[in-house]
Design a protein around this ligand. Structure first.
Ligand SMILES: [Zn+2]
Ligand SMILES: [Zn+2]
Length: 351
């Protein structure tokens, strides 16, 4: 009894002491300094060992979600970084994870729906000002990419000039401000072929958005396919034969139809909810495709709509396990490591 009494008195005094300690400016500063180090050190989310890795930097489709970013997948092959699509808020994710954006080799845009490139200006900015990018931002995309990026570059001229006038040529060099846009004209042949990394594109079916592209990334003995926006596509099936990981876009018509029912009958959004269903893939069809292609692991992304809770996640993947067991419903921060010396597939979540 006596011991308990002393223990509680000790706890009480200890918490009072802590309370006053936390009021001290010096103590607050030392705590912040400790934490701040972690905000500026290079990213440690990728493994030390040689691997092909993929990080979902945006998992949602255009439909609203309070926290998720729009479509974005970062690939790290050996020590090289590539980005596939860069939708709204995805660059903020990449910066929070301290990805060295000036080290990007290429950016690939699957098609010219704005949810796939709306953060390209931020990506340009955060790989340019005060960074070590040594050329314009290299962006590969379908026909139309030069026109879109040319107009973005024109609209950004004032910002480029302001940054340069304020920070100088070393910090914001005008000669590398802007984009080096290239049109992908050939399919199923490497666009990038260096250091045992091969990246190729193939057409998918997101009609009437033509062309729309999917991508295949190979590094040593490991491989990843990214579907882009598409209905069930034989080209995705062909490209995905025996790959380690397939990132496939996915929708839940069950949830979309619930949304449709609750909207007022005169709401224009009802038209949109019906229309999107004819150019995206039902989650269960992505699972069937993965099984048919003998994919090792399926990651669903570009979620339409992106689930907001456990219940909606469950509805989104209804019946999938019966078709194909090895799947992940992605979040912003779903990350996959494929070590090059094995067949192992490691899937994790980072915050
Ligand atoms: Zn999209
Ligand atoms: Zn689209």
């Amino acid at each position: 009894m006596k011991f308990l009494k002393f223990f509680f008195i000790f706890l009480f005094v200890f918490f009072i002491f802590l309370f006053f300690l936390f009021q001290s400016n010096n103590f607050q500063n030392s705590i912040v300094k400790l934490g701040i180090k972690n905000l500026v050190l290079p990213s440690s989310i990728f493994p030390e060992y040689d691997a092909l890795s993929a990080l979902v930097c945006g998992s949602k489709s255009p439909l609203a979600h309070p926290t998720r970013a729009e479509t974005c997948i970062l690939i790290k092959a050996g020590d090289k970084y590539f980005i596939f699509d860069v939708g709204d808020k995805s660059v903020s994710n990449l910066m929070n994870w301290r990805i060295p954006l000036d080290k990007l080799e290429y950016v690939f845009i699957s098609h010219l729906h704005i949810d796939h490139y709306s953060d390209i200006e931020d990506l340009h900015m955060w790989s340019w000002v005060g960074m070590n990018r040594d050329s314009k931002l290299m962006v590969y995309g379908p026909d139309g990419i030069k026109e879109v990026l040319g107009k973005i570059e024109d609209a950004s001229q004032i910002d480029y000039r302001y940054r340069n006038e304020h920070h100088g040529d070393n910090f914001a060099p005008l000669d590398i401000a802007g984009f080096d846009a290239k049109i992908i004209q050939e399919f199923n042949v490497p666009i990038y072929d260096k250091d045992q990394i091969k990246i190729s594109a193939f057409p998918v079916n997101h009609h009437p958005i033509d062309p729309s592209l999917g991508f295949k990334i190979e590094y040593k003995n490991r491989s990843i396919v990214i579907s882009g926006d598409t209905i069930y596509s034989e080209n995705v099936l062909k490209a995905s034969k025996n790959v380690d990981v397939l990132f496939h876009e996915a929708m839940s018509t069950e949830i979309l139809n619930m949304l449709y029912e609750v909207l007022p009958t005169d709401s224009l959004s009802r038209v949109g909810i019906k229309d999107v269903q004819n150019y995206h893939t039902e989650a269960i069809d992505a699972a069937r495709l993965a099984k048919k292609a003998n994919v090792q692991h399926l990651i669903l992304y570009h979620l339409l709509p992106a689930p907001r809770n456990y219940l909606l996640e469950n509805i989104f993947v209804r019946g999938l396990k019966e078709e194909f067991k090895n799947f992940t419903l992605s979040n912003d921060g779903t990350i996959v490591f494929l070590p090059t010396n094995s067949k192992e597939i490691i899937v994790r979540e980072i915050k």
